[in-house]
Design a protein around this ligand. Sequence first.
Ligand code: ADP
Ligand code: MG
Length: 340
Amino acid sequence: MRTEVASLGEFGLIDHLTRNNETLNAGTLLSVGDDAAVIDQFGRQCVISTDMLVEGIHFDLAYTPLKHLGYKSVVVNLSDIYAMMAVPTHITVSIAVSNRMSVEALDEFYEGVYAACERYGVDLIGGDTTSSRSGFVVSVTAIGEVAPDKFVTRSGAKPNDLICVTGDLGGAYLGLQLLEREKKIFMDHPDVQPDLQQQAYLVGRLLKPEPRSDVAAWLDEQGIMPTSMIDISDGLSSELLHICNKSEVGCVIYEDKIPAHNDTRAMAMQFGLSVTTCALSGGEDYELLFTISQDEYEKVKENPHISVVGHITIADKGKQLITKSGNQHPLTAQGWNSFA
Ligand code: ADP
Ligand code: MG
């Protein structure tokens, strides 16, 4: 019998492959199922996360400068470390290189890798290099540290907690739509150079994301320990469902509270898309989604980078979106599903 991978989807496949995974070491504090794993080494806690980017699936070299790709490959992993409320310290970078790529091209890629290392204070400590017959593949592993038992998982949200997001959402998805549209135009009319100057914000959201180290540090300084946290790589909906499922709770979020940049709103209109759909299902924003106890509201409302978008409920209430017109819809999400 043969089961197609597509029938399980990405999350179903991970669940399937890890359903019998048992951990043998006492030092394994947190295993599969969060933004990063946590291991205890003689009292110090170490956080580990890994992500793979594949040409043609996650990026298109037609419009992705290699320096940006190098930078992004690192920061998407750092985002997972910050999403544990940990601080990244080291990375490894593994590449499978197709014969289309020159040493100069790889130098550019590494310029981006080193720029991210410098900006976020992490050391590149190794990796692996091999060849590929089907495009460029990058796999980065990030390692970070956290004070004993101060890491924040996806599973601690409690009814009445407030649901918070950082920055604004949906921009990266519209940046992608924009670049895909310009690519098509360029393929049909190679003499027309796209003018993306006006859209620097949206294109930047896709090509040069920054992890929210600032908000993670601020929460720490304020002594605010979120009850749960995840980074938004697959769209708000998908990430919120992860938190609800892992925490065994429900949620209510309000459409009019979901933060969006003006450029995102304008471009969504141009594409005839709902800005809410872009935020809920778009992905690649690399913002943080977290829950806090209501007692922290006074502090959090002073931070311009944080929006409160709703609250956690008991599981029986389900996962709901209240629209601008006051209607209630169940939240559903595929997230970014590379098998779909
Ligand atoms: P994220 O979107 O934060 O990168 P993923 O959805 O990729 O997280 O992964 C969810 C969890 O499943 C993580 O704990 C990850 O380490 C684990 N995981 C993903 N793929 C595999 C695999 N092939 N084998 C074991 N664990 C995996
Ligand atoms: Mg993550």
